[in-house]
Design a protein around this ligand. Structure first.
Ligand SMILES: Cc1cc2nc3c(=O)[nH]c(=O)nc-3n(C[C@H](O)[C@H](O)[C@H](O)COP(=O)(O)OP(=O)(O)OC[C@H]3O[C@@H](n4cnc5c(N)ncnc54)[C@H](O)[C@@H]3O)c2cc1C
Length: 408
């Protein structure tokens, strides 16, 4: 059978991996490069993700895929430290002692936080789907914990729409992120970058006969009695991994979409570390970015011959044409970096960078099949209540399984 996959991110590539041994698969990707949110820049002799990435020990489907791609040997488990930038000061917040010393939280606040962290993994998150994170935190942990701890975190992830986010997202994120020792959180990274995972899947699926077509956007989609026509070409089956808004705009079925947020992420190659050795700094002070992610305080800078930082911000609507200038200039001023110390900079903007996990989100999740068309992606069940590489690999494999059963 002839199958068309729309979108060459992790969902589309994982589905192609499972479908191409059995069927004739074409994969269409709008961009010239593959990988979607997991694509990378080539800087001199190395690759670096255009959006910061790490994985977790519980990412079973992703780890299995890395193994099949012969990359398990390159997977490293490193330590991710955290901090908070508040009142013009950068506070380390990794160890219990550092959290105790953080002046914006009292001893009682810290104790309540510790209890929540301990029980988060066992809480039925789906019961929290209709409760705003803000309400949950202020009721159970107090206003100060919200303002000093969770509000900056939600601000770094959801920007101006943070108040709409559900407690289900917050609690599940705490559960995912509580695998920490005294020196920090245990996080995975593929030595030399996740681009190798994308390249490896592309190699495997191509050898299985899949036709990969980068630089080929979906322009028209029409239903006909044998299946669907994509850009005029007939297919027995179509799997779309595009945001549902994009799919409907090109003639696909109108499936109520989940709300999305955009991300603007600036990557800078710089002369020295300006984050005091901390990997992830949440901005409590208002800035044009919600977090500074110092990649080379996670992966050693010696691998790159320079330091790499991301300035991460999320937006709804438009990011503003001057976003790059605002981010860079603010970062230089606040973190004491001169323009001469910047080796290079890149800005990645994705309007569909992640679902906005608003209250009631779970009821918006679409099934894998709608009006004779298959859909999977960041909006699918495995990516609730947090989107991830793991969720997209699982969504791709699960929908492929459904297609395989349907086509036989
Ligand atoms: C800032 C950021 C940080 C992240 N950090 C992490 C992390 O640390 N750990 C983790 O596990 N996950 C992380 N993620 C999430 C992870 O990257 C995603 O969940 C995953 O890569 C999404 O894959 P996808 O295929 O579902 O979607 P996408 O990657 O969005 O793929 C969809 C593809 O469809 C293509 N497309 C769109 N329109 C068309 C069209 N008209 N025609 C053809 N193609 C089209 C797009 O170009 C894209 O390639 C992060 C994401 C972001 C944005």
């Amino acid at each position: 059978m002839k199958v068309c996959i729309l979108g060459g991110g992790l969902t589309g590539l994982s589905a192609a991996y499972a479908l191409s041994p059995a069927h004739e698969v074409d994969l269409l990707e709008k961009q010239e490069v593959l990988g979607g949110c997991l694509s990378s820049y080539r800087i001199g002799s190395y690759s670096i993700e255009s959006f910061y990435h790490h994985c977790f020990e519980g990412d079973t489907a992703l780890l299995k895929l890395l193994k099949r791609c012969d990359l398990s040997g390159k997977l490293e488990w490193l330590t991710g430290s955290t901090g908070s930038y508040a009142g013009g000061v950068l506070y380390p917040m990794t160890t219990p002692f550092e959290i105790l010393k953080y002046p914006y939280l009292s001893l009682t606040d810290t104790f309540r936080l510790a209890i929540l962290t301990k029980k988060a993994g066992k809480m039925p998150v789906e019961d929290l789907d209709d409760i705003p994170a803000h309400t949950y935190v202020t009721e159970h942990l107090g206003q100060r914990v919200w303002e000093s701890f969770f509000e900056p975190l939600l601000n770094s992830k959801f920007g101006d729409r943070k108040d709409e986010v559900s407690a289900a997202w917050l609690v599940s994120r705490i559960a995912i992120r509580s695998n920490r020792g005294l020196s920090g959180e245990r996080l995975g990274y593929v030595r030399d970058g996740f681009q190798q995972l994308i390249d490896s899947i592309v190699r495997i699926v191509s050898s299985q006969g899949c036709r990969i077509l980068p630089g080929t956007p979906l322009s028209t989609l029409e239903h006909y009695k044998g299946g669907w026509k994509v850009n005029g070409e007939p297919y027995d089956c179509v799997l779309s991994t595009l945001p549902l808004q994009e799919l409907a705009a090109h003639g696909g079925p109108v499936i109520p979409p989940v709300p999305y947020q955009g991300a603007a992420c600036m990557t800078l190659g710089i002369e020295r570390d300006v984050c005091n050795g901390i990997y992830w700094v949440n901005m409590k002070d208002r800035a044009p970015y919600g977090a500074v992610v110092a990649h080379t305080n996670f992966v050693p800078a010696s691998r790159y011959g320079e330091h790499i930082v991301y300035l991460a911000s999320y937006f709804s609507g438009e990011p503003g044409t001057d976003i790059a200038d605002r981010m860079r200039n603010d970062f230089c001023k606040r973190f004491g970096l001169s323009r001469e110390e910047i080796h290079w900079e890149r800005l990645a903007i994705d309007r569909y960078a992640g679902p906005l996990y608003v209250t009631g989100y779970r009821r918006l999740i679409p099934g894998y099949e709608s009006n004779g068309l298959f859909v999977a992606g960041m909006f699918s069940r495995p990516n609730y209540p947090e989107r991830s590489m793991e969720g997209s690999v699982r969504a791709g494999l699960e929908v492929a399984d459904r297609i395989l059963r349907r086509l036989t």
